[in-house]
Design a protein around this ligand. Sequence first.
Ligand SMILES: [Ca+2]
Ligand SMILES: [Ca+2]
Ligand SMILES: [Ca+2]
Ligand SMILES: [Ca+2]
Length: 515
Amino acid sequence: MHPFALRSVPEPRLDVLGSVGSPRVELLSIAAQSKATPAVASRGVAAGGIVGTPRSPKRVGLAGLASSLVLGAMLVGCSDEGAQPAASAKSDSAASASATAGGESTPAIGVPALPDDLPNALVLALSAFDARKPGDQGPPVPLPAELELIVRRGGQWIATRMTDPESNVFHKALAYTTPEGEQVLLTGGGTKALLKLWRKQAGQLVSQTIWEKDFGGKFSRMRDIEVGDVDGDGSRVIAVATHDQGVVAVVRPKEGGYSVEELDHEKNTFVHEIELGDVDGDGVLEIYATPSEPNRLDGSEQEGHVVRYVPKKGEGRKIVADLGKRHAKEILVHDVDGNGKDELYVLVEGQKAPSGEGLLHRTEIWRYEADTPPDQGVPIAEFEDRLGRFLTPADLDGDGRKEIVAALYQKGVWWLEPGEDVSKPWTKRVVDRDSKSFEHAAIATDLDGDGRQELYVANDDGKSIRRYVWNGRRLVKEEIYARQDDRSILTWNIMPIPVALVPDAAAAAPSASAQ
Ligand SMILES: [Ca+2]
Ligand SMILES: [Ca+2]
Ligand SMILES: [Ca+2]
Ligand SMILES: [Ca+2]
């Protein structure tokens, strides 16, 4: 999958945009959307009805890449029983066109108001592969590591692409505040494995590599990043999961630079995920990680477990979840039940039946409190799917009680809510059956700043980024960005960042070129 050889020549620590081998920024698309989307109760509108008032497509000719979108905002049926099909969520261009004719005098129904400009943007960390051509042999060749940045400005969702030829995947990008108080973008890349800080200078992002490592195996990737006060001294420590030698590391800001401590190392082991939390409630953050055997994508047996490190107490690897012959690539540590202590949630992957027909195990979520024995995780949900790679904590309906959103490989996006007894199966409602992706990155975040979270999901199979927002009765679905090219894209992560960290596409236009 990642055949690019590692270069042995050390790279300069600073890259200036526009120089050879430097990041490139392109404007991808501007999605037009109605400015008038007043909050109106969904009175009289059947679930699945078209409720948006999309405008006709608008073209922007920057760099020959800009394209247009027709947006359809739709109501998503969320049965309280769960397992009910999402109400038909297809876009209806005829309805869109007629709605457009009404312009702003036609109020949208059931779509909460959305300001024209938002202070926060989304950053998506991607792998991109060229489209397969007839006769292509061998594994797909990864293109340079890529970020998509989606900003709402002037009543439009605007997408910008930034690529970094030093790696062939970005696994995560997030906002980070340095000890000096600077807001920067922190990225983790793969092959080559680079942890970088990006500062906005003259409208462009300029990188500083703070950790670079060839782990010595087949792949070297910075696979996941979490930031927290692991040392309990107020500093923002960066915890990193890597491929493929089982390295879990903490990167600490130190004396104006960054020092790396590798907490663990285990041959031929992939660590997919890092979470930070205080499950035992003693005020000290623990680090959770998911080492597993190298990936077997055929759905056969793959052993794994969830481990914990407590650097502040000098505590090394301890198994907290023993998954037997199964494994997990996604965990969540969060106080979902609201009792003041975090819990660990493990998205245990399903397993194909040896006969090849159906599943031997469904994908399940197991829940652990501090005193749950490693082999006695409590199943709170199961799904008729082979994989699930994304859990995000949420309070989408804004009632102050938290939920978990689970995004599965083939079987959609689900909303899980605990009942009185958190150890009993949780209430399961479908958010969107028609959303699919191998990784299926999702984030619940209050991008529009109205005090209530919205859900953003990368529907890679459908080449779209969708937003789901509560309208008082239901989640309303809106496509905020559609990928226009025929490359194969894997979205590994979505995070909110301040708009100030988004590179200025216009400034980069001279260096941008069509694919
Ligand atoms: Ca603790
Ligand atoms: Ca709790
Ligand atoms: Ca809630
Ligand atoms: Ca909001």
